[in-house]
Design a protein around this ligand. Structure first.
Ligand SMILES: C[S@@+](CC[C@H](N)C(=O)[O-])C[C@H]1O[C@@H](n2cnc3c(N)ncnc32)[C@H](O)[C@@H]1O
Length: 251
């Protein structure tokens, strides 16, 4: 999602979301967290200054000279001056904040007039277009489990669903707010080669990240035993390999 569209159009393609928009006028960029996207962005726009923030010190030291990282909690008042950035990028921060309007208000304050914020997140709802996912499938359970976690922690995971975040952005003061849902497959079931490749990456990312996504939340927030989580994860892995299902996730 982005508020106000630069002439070049910020969302070039799903695979480029990590780098996203052209810098509009200039010299300041704030991107959320993380190494490679920020470094890539800094390489692509060498006259810009790129700042990435994250709670955790996971960033590499080998970065372009115009890129730096700061450890900070983005849910608290930001340390940056008013009107100091042309562009702010947020990706995959679902569940990180209790109050998104507050975060967007900081974006608004720190953006120069005419600047842009672009936020890319995903839905926890996994569905199919052709009824290949039954109501009692692990994917329905997946959504139910994450919804329960969100309800208990007060950190909603419903961000892009029903364009909720567009409302929060407007509440924070943004005008000219656009949303663009991008539906991607999970698994290699699509016939079309590009979608098949995206699906393979989605499946790989899910398989590799699965335990990390859920173990802490399910044991501490939902009170599950470690063994219960492992059984549940095994069902999700089975779901990922189930060739009769054609799951889709939305970004
Ligand atoms: C799912 S990762 C996404 C990382 C990156 N944006 C991407 O798209 O690859 C979420 C990141 O948010 C960071 N994070 C969580 N809460 C945060 C907060 N309150 N302020 C800043 N960073 C936070 C975590 O440390 C983690 O690196």
């Amino acid at each position: 999602m982005w508020a106000q569209e630069p002439a070049s159009g910020p969302c070039r393609s799903p695979s480029q979301h990590r780098q996203t928009a052209k810098i509009i006028s200039g010299d300041g960029l704030l991107t959320d967290t993380f190494s490679t996207p920020n470094s890539d962005f800094a390489d692509e726009f060498p006259s810009s200054e790129v700042v990435g923030i994250d709670l955790a010190p996971t960033q590499p030291s080998w970065v372009p000279p115009n890129c730096r990282f700061e450890l900070d909690d983005a849910s608290r008042p930001w340390t940056f001056d008013d009107e100091s950035f042309d562009y702010i990028h947020i990706r995959w921060m679902m569940g990180c904040f209790e109050d998104w309007v507050r975060v967007y208000k900081e974006c608004f304050r720190c953006l120069k007039p005419g600047g842009w914020v672009e936020h890319i997140d995903c839905s926890t709802v996994i569905r199919s277009n052709n009824n290949t996912i039954p109501e009692d499938s692990i994917w329905t359970d997946w959504t139910r489990a994450f919804t329960e976690v969100a309800n208990k922690t007060g950190r909603t995971l419903r961000i892009i669903d029903d364009d909720i975040y567009a409302g929060w952005m407007k509440e924070a003061g943004f005008e000219d707010v656009h949303t663009k849902p991008i539906v991607t497959p999970i698994g290699s079931w699509p016939a079309e080669p590009r979608m098949k490749e995206i699906g393979q990456f989605n499946k790989l990312a899910a398989e590799m990240g699965l335990e990390g996504y859920v173990l802490y939340l399910m044991t501490t927030v939902l009170g599950w035993e470690y063994e219960e989580v492992q059984v549940w994860l095994a069902k999700v892995r089975q779901g990922l390999r189930n060739k009769s299902q054609q799951p889709l996730m939305t970004w």
